[in-house]
Design a protein. Structure first.
Lengths: 165, 128
């Protein structure tokens, strides 16, 4: 069931990408894209997808939009933060690698969380081992696992739990 | 009008790309260079592509698709580089000083090598 759902989502994404890249006004493109997307999502030649972990209830869809908004804000903040540090004459950094622990259980949730961490202010995911992530933090303020988790991923984890627990 | 807005967006993107390269020169070690190299280039590319999309509205869909690919792949590649750097940290230390106030990952790995069985090791969260 989960596998089927993952394949269905993959089909929709591939079909959408095809139509955007070609000309959606032509009927030929709809037919050819449909066939290719169907083959690519049904044939067992391609790696298994983790997209089946995605929840598709209305609440989850709103959760996705909320997550996207939070993510864009964090991305802009992170860039301003980097710009500030780069241009500051004293180069205010205090880097270190800290461990955090996530509540997310699905591979997709962890993937999105790790990527979100990398794109938010001053943090890069260096390694993941099960539910523990090791984060390079440009300005370490919390060394304790719990406190660092709260400071780095609190917001994202809450949002991601809604649609891919 | 579209031309002007798009041009300013693209200009903003190139400023972030410029800052990223300044950061590359100023930051003291590998990981910190990566910090600037990941974040600033992501927003820089996004602004640049969206700016192009605004200038030529018929390209906007394709540009947004490219933005999606950049946002998905950029963090994965920098994670892979950071991980490789950490695995090769002994060699990196010979080239230049790495500035780390605390290194929880090295501590965890040392603890795991001491323990008889390495239980932790399934960090396979990178399949999409």
């Amino acid at each position: 069931m989960k596998d089927l759902k993952g394949r269905a989502i993959r089909f929709v994404l591939l079909y959408g990408a095809w139509l955007v890249l070609t000309d959606p006004g032509k009927r030929d493109e709809w037919i050819a894209g449909g066939i290719v997307a169907l083959l690519a999502s049904v044939l067992p030649l391609f790696p298994k997808t983790a997209l089946g972990d995605l929840k598709l209830s209305p609440k989850a869809l709103f959760g996705m939009i909320a997550y996207f908004a939070v993510f864009m804000k964090a991305l802009v903040m992170s860039n301003l933060d980097v710009a500030f540090r780069v241009l500051h004459p004293k180069l205010p950094i205090n880097p270190g690698i800290v461990a955090i622990r996530t509540r997310l259980a699905t591979p997709l949730g962890r993937l999105l969380l790790a990527n979100s961490i990398t794109l938010t202010p001053g943090t890069i995911t260096v390694e993941t081992k099960g539910d523990t992530f090791f984060i390079h933090w440009i300005n370490v303020s919390e060394r304790d696992v719990e406190a660092a988790t709260k400071a780095i991923v609190g917001e994202f984890e809450k949002r991601l739990e809604v649609f891919c627990g | 009008m579209n031309e002007t807005i798009g041009a300013f967006l693209a200009l903003g993107g190139s400023i972030f790309l410029l800052l990223a390269s300044v950061g590359m020169l100023r930051m003291p070690d590998y990981y910190n260079r990566m910090q600037t190299g990941t974040k600033a280039t992501t927003l820089g590319s996004i602004l640049f592509l969206v700016g192009l999309g605004v200038m030529r509205p018929e390209w906007l869909g394709k540009m947004l698709l490219l933005v999606g690919f950049v946002v998905l792949t950029n963090p994965v590649s920098s994670h892979a580089l950071a991980r490789a750097a950490h695995n090769a940290r002994a060699k990196l230390d010979k080239v230049g000083k790495t500035v780390l106030a605390v290194d929880a990952l090295a501590d965890a790995e040392d603890a795991a090598t001491d323990a008889p069985a390495r239980a932790a090791g399934n960090g396979e969260a990178e399949h999409a």
